[in-house]
Design a protein around this ligand. Structure first.
Ligand code: NDP
Length: 391
């Protein structure tokens, strides 16, 4: 039986993970759950799964969490803040850590889990974008295991030879599929005025609000190019984005001999989550089986970089390397939150990021301190520039 610590359990990936666990009670037990501040949801999860530890990232919610656990008669210990997240990521009772916090807040606990030699199931792509080198180095040095949950990277992992690394495997390139999001066919002049609700209404996937906006701008695919380079040791030039609106093929690996391996399935995050949880075995996920007659056809297009400038910015940052991916990620987080808060229009997301990246110094942050410093500097720049793009 595997023992899990689920970081970000109240989110979309967290809830899907718990659903897979619910279906496989003999295979998994839950040792730790964490949220930012949705305390009632967290306490309800604790009542069902009875973990040893529950953590709220927001220190001001710690008292409420203790009270909610007490009201339910639970013996689950409560912790909070960055230290609490680190405790959940390194809990001796857990062998597997699901890294499903959204954004850069996931970096420190994900790294801590790798340092603690856990089996790390990675959804938090932002930590791979910011510090993929450090993360993979920590995985290797400590004998940890990293299995991607992001559906595309999980598909690539499934299509690669068992080591999950491109080097020396005869791989020519990686084909990263993209749904194109809710605005794939919207007239460019209409794009400027789309609302957060429209941006979050993804045609194929039900996800948290930040990644939904990232899908609408296609920054998500840009972040995923960088994530693929970090996780599989491949150069950005060997990752090609293929728009595939049906989201049935989750990505492909093209080999030197002309073979192309793909992983297919209905768009349901429980499939990659179940794969990662059980790897190298297979378990029930709850996802509907794929019916190819129902699907009927599979379409492919080239991405339109004029319509989706965020994708172009990310491709440039992936090739430039150094501090650029960190700045890209930080500026994107600020821009997406400002858009969700109604402070800037949709079209300003790319414009703000481009303007911040133009000021990125060509340094190569290597240590964790340098990475956190670069992230902080880029956020500061992005916040300063918000007024220039305000509605
Ligand atoms: P959600 O917004 O649905 O959930 C985020 C989770 O992280 C919640 O538990 C939230 O707590 C917690 N959280 C938010 N901010 C912080 C913080 N500052 N410190 C600690 N915890 C925090 O996100 P998703 O589940 O959609 O995405 C999670 C990650 O997985 C992202 O990196 C995303 O890119 C990636 N991913 C998601 C997919 C999906 O289908 N959703 C697919 C592939 C990758 P609270 O509920 O209290 O706010």
């Amino acid at each position: 039986m595997r023992a899990l610590s689920i970081l970000g359990s109240t989110g979309s990936v967290g809830a899907s993970t718990l659903d897979v666990v619910r279906r496989n009670p003999d295979a998994f037990r839950v040792e730790a759950l964490t949220a930012r501040r949705r305390v009632t949801e967290l306490a309800e999860q604790c009542a069902e799964f009875r973990p040893t530890l529950a953590v709220v990232a927001d220190p001001n919610s710690a008292g409420q969490l203790r009270e909610e656990l007490r009201k339910r008669g639970l013996s689950t210990a409560a912790a909070s803040g960055v230290d609490g997240l680190a405790r959940a990521a390194t809990l001796p009772e857990a062998d597997t850590v699901v890294a499903a916090i959204v954004g850069s807040a996931g970096l420190l606990p994900t790294l801590a889990a790798a340092e603690a030699a856990k089996r790390v199931l990675l959804a938090n792509k932002e930590s791979a974008v910011m510090a993929g080198g450090l993360l993979m180095e920590a995985v290797g040095r400590n004998g940890a295991t990293l299995i991607p949950i992001d559906s595309e990277h999980n598909a690539i992992f499934q299509c690669l030879p068992s080591a999950g690394v491109v080097a020396d495997a005869g791989v020519d390139r990686i084909l990263l599929t993209a749904s194109g999001g809710p605005f794939l066919d919207m007239a460019p002049e209409e794009l400027a005025d789309v609302t957060p609700e429209q941006a979050c209404a993804h045609p194929n996937w039900d996800m948290g609000r930040k990644i939904s906006v990232d899908s609408a701008t296609m920054m998500n695919k840009g972040l995923e190019i960088i994530e693929a380079c970090r996780l599989f040791g491949v150069e950005p030039e060997r990752v090609q984005v293929v728009v595939h609106p049906q989201s049935i093929i989750h990505s492909l690996v093209q080999y030197r001999d002309g073979s192309v391996l793909a992983q297919l399935g209905n768009p349901d995050m429980r499939t990659p989550i179940a794969h990662a949880l059980a790897w190298p075995e297979r378990i029930e996920s709850g996802a509907e089986p794929l019916d190819l007659f129902d699907v009927g056809r599979l379409d492919f297009r080239e991405p339109d970089l004029e319509r989706f400038p965020c994708l172009g910015l990310a491709m440039e940052a992936a090739i430039a390397g150094g501090g650029q991916p960190i700045w890209l990620n930080a500026a994107n987080e600020i821009a997406v939150q400002a858009f969700l808060d109604g402070r800037i229009p949709f079209s300003a997301i790319a414009a703000l990021i481009a303007s911040v990246l133009a000021e990125c110094r060509a340094s190569s942050p290597g240590t964790l301190e340098e990475i956190i410093g670069a992230d902080r500097e880029a956020r500061q720049k992005a916040r300063e520039k918000l007024a220039d793009f305000a509605i």
